[in-house]
Design a protein around this ligand. Structure first.
Ligand code: SAM
Ligand code: SF4
Length: 452
């Protein structure tokens, strides 16, 4: 029996994968610990989406390989998208790594750890002295994973993986492979198990979650899956992320009108407000088609909260293109959004494009964009004041007695409710809007609610 620690970098897909690697290790009798310091096995579940994300892996390995007071060091596992993209190269750059496993092969982690343990001590770190699996198997890993042990009110559920879109800036199609969906029956079973273990909210996740088609037969769709999951008693809230504008079908849009458990929130990355830049990005949508999709959504669900991703400084982006991005932020009125400086990813078409934007220009544009996004989010939160709604309590707040919950629109809501606990759904009125959160007061105490 060993103590293990899984450290997750990057997106929600990695959070899910980290949890599942934990399930695999626990099924082998290993025990989770909160910090890498006391762990015998440390799994670094990496992200490759931007350059800095990959660099974090190497700085962590540098720390972990230093012998501890008793002379020991943990078994180091490099997992995730950097492992997939760099494969054996990681071993050359960081010889201390014992296991390299890609995001589609981690069901083999226990076997790889056994292989690594069998390598003689003096060969560890040598070129051949580590276990590697970066295959992209035809049989999905999900069939080989043990039952989930997730505890908590809110859970992620991977329904789809991979990407066929090949945006010119992005590594995902190379690290996660093509789009594959899990069968509906498996997802219903996993969701029922999560609810039985206390989950009241499930967020369906995928690199392009709205490309979900049910797997081999390809006859399912995300709105059909959501409708089926909404039948599960005890499941109160359903969310999904991340969606591609190209796959926002009419049926999915209408699900926001017809399925009360589907929360009024959509993360729909646009990347740029300039159709010219979108074309160079190979995004398969234009500024106009994106805005038309949002107009359709708002016509069926007027209160929907919108979120997005933006990249500034894509090769060839002019000041006029960037002005189009600022304009789309103002026009859409995002409830929140994520923004990034374009990061050159080796092997992607944009890495070789001319007119790379200088770093100081990227930085200056990012600062202006983030100021606009924050102002928009503040406006959205202020406009929520007076709304009566339910929040799902997720964690303690900073001050004693405070709890933080999520509104249906995914705002963090700060409340004080004596007697309430994490996981409760509480009726509140929003009383103030801050840049990154709202304040709320309960409409009933938990005791009053029970009595009613
Ligand atoms: N599939 C989603 C979509 O199409 O919008 C996005 C998934 S991607 C893992 C998350 C975000 O990372 C992207 O929306 C994009 O904004 C950002 N991203 C991807 N590649 C990037 C790069 N090379 N430089 C900067 N940001 C990048
Ligand atoms: Fe990357 Fe584009 Fe695929 Fe999203 S759609 S994962 S940005 S290639």
């Amino acid at each position: 029996m060993s103590r293990y620690h899984v450290k997750s970098f990057g997106c929600q897909m990695n959070v899910y994968d980290s949890e599942r690697m934990g399930d695999l290790l626990a099924a082998e009798g290993h025990v989770a610990v909160d910090s890498p310091d006391g762990a015998d096995i440390v799994v670094l579940n990496t992200c490759h989406i931007r350059e800095k994300a990959a660099e974090k892996l190497y700085s962590d390995i540098g720390r972990l390989k230093k012998p501890r007071a008793d002379g020991s060091r943990p078994v180091i596992v490099a997992a995730g998208c950097v492992a997939q993209a760099e494969g054996a190269e990681i071993g050359r750059r960081a010889p201390a790594v014992d296991v390299i496993v890609g995001p589609l092969a981690y069901h083999n982690l226990p076997e790889l750890l056994k292989q690594a343990a069998a390598i003689p001590e003096d060969a560890r770190g040598a070129r051949w002295g580590r276990a590697i699996d970066t295959d992209m198997p035809a049989i999905p890993k999900f069939a080989h994973l043990p039952a989930r042990r997730h505890q908590g009110a809110s859970a992620f559920l991977t329904v789809q993986e991979g990407c066929d879109k090949f945006c010119t800036f992005c590594v995902v199609p190379y690290t996660r492979g093509g789009e594959t969906s899990r069968p509906q029956a498996d997802l219903v079973a996993e969701a029922e198990a999560l609810v039985a273990a206390g989950a009241v909210e499930i967020t369906l996740i995928g690199q392009n979650v709205n490309a979900y088609d049910g797997g081999a037969a390809g006859t399912d769709s995300l709105p059909l899956l959501i409708a089926r999951l909404a039948e599960i008693p005890g499941l109160q809230r359903i969310r999904y992320t991340t969606s591609h504008p190209r796959d926002m079908t009419r049926a999915l849009i209408e699900a926001h009108r017809d399925i009360p458990k589907l929360m009024p929130y959509l993360h729909l990355p646009v990347q740029s407000g300039s159709s010219q830049v979108l074309k160079a990005m190979n995004r398969a949508h234009t500024r106009e088609s994106y805005l038309a999709t949002l107009a359709e959504l708002r016509s069926v669900r007027p209160d929907i909260a919108l979120s997005g991703d933006f990249i500034v400084g894509f090769p060839g982006e002019t000041e006029a293109d960037f002005a189009d991005t600022l304009r789309i932020v103002a026009e859409v009125g995002y409830a929140q959004a994520y923004s990034f400086k374009y990061s050159i990813r080796p092997g992607t078409p944009a890495a070789l494009m001319p007119d790379q934007v200088p770093e100081p220009v990227k930085e200056e544009r990012l600062a202006r964009l983030q100021a606009a996004i924050t102002a928009g989010a503040h406006d959205f939160n202020k406009a929520s004041v007076g709304r009566r709604t339910e929040i799902l309590l997720e964690r303690p707040g900073r001050k004693p007695g405070q709890l933080i919950g999520k509104t249906p629109w995914l705002q963090s809501a700060v409340v004080e409710i004596p007697g309430a606990k994490i996981g409760d759904l509480i009726a509140v009125e929003i009383t103030a809007g801050q840049p990154n959160s709202v304040e709320a007061v309960p409409l009933f105490t938990p005791a009053e609610r029970t009595a009613a």
